[in-house]
Design a protein around this ligand. Structure first.
Ligand code: CO
Length: 150
C-alpha cells in the first residue's frame, strides 16, 4: 500500500466529473487499498477517487471502525434531513461548515469484485456517503453551505 498525494480545492481536477469503474482488477484493489491508507494518514472518514487524482466513481468511507468500499454507487432512496459540520481532506480545515444532508439513504453499488451491493445508511454515515458521491461530480461541501465561507 502507499500514501497518495491529495488533490486540493485549488487544483482544477477537483471540479472534474469522474467516470465509472469498468474493470474490477488488481489495479482497482491497489487503488482502494491506497485510498484507505491515505484516508487514515490524514485522519479522514471518507475519500473519493478524484482526491487521489483518479477520476473514477470509487470511494472508501469509514464509520464506527467499519470500512465500506463503494464502486459506481448511486443513491436510489433518500429521506429526512440533518444539518452538521463537515470538512474535507481537499479543503482547508478552516473552512469546515454546516451542510444539510438527507438523514437516511439507500445506495446501490458494487464491491471491489464487481458484486452488486445495497447499503442503507443514516446519520453520520449517510452524510459521509453523500459528501463522497458529490466529489464524483466535482461538487464540494463548501458549495452547499448556508454559511459565508469567506
Ligand atoms: Co471531501
Amino acid at each position: 500500500m502507499a500514501i497518495r498525494n491529495i488533490v486540493t480545492e485549488d487544483d482544477p481536477m477537483i471540479r472534474m466529473t469522474s467516470r465509472e469503474i469498468t474493470a474490477y482488477n488488481d489495479r482497482l484493489h491497489i487503488l482502494l487499498d491506497d485510498m484507505t491508507e491515505t484516508m487514515h494518514k490524514f485522519n479522514g472518514c471518507g475519500i473519493a477517487g478524484v482526491q487521489v487524482g483518479v477520476l473514477r466513481r470509487v470511494t472508501v468511507v469509514e464509520d464506527g471502525g467499519e470500512l465500506l468500499e463503494l464502486i459506481n454507487p448511486k443513491i436510489i432512496e433518500s429521506e429526512g434531513s440533518q444539518t452538521d459540520t463537515e470538512g474535507c481532506l481537499s479543503v482547508n480545515s478552516r473552512k469546515n461548515c454546516e451542510v444539510e444532508r438527507p438523514m437516511k439513504i439507500k445506495v446501490e453499488a458494487f464491491d471491489r469484485f464487481g458484486k452488486p451491493i445495497t447499503v442503507e445508511a443514516e446519520g453520520w454515515k449517510a452524510r459521509i456517503i453523500c459528501h463522497e458521491l458529490d466529489h464524483f461530480d466535482g461538487v464540494l461541501f463548501i458549495d452547499k453551505s448556508a454559511e459565508d465561507n469567506n
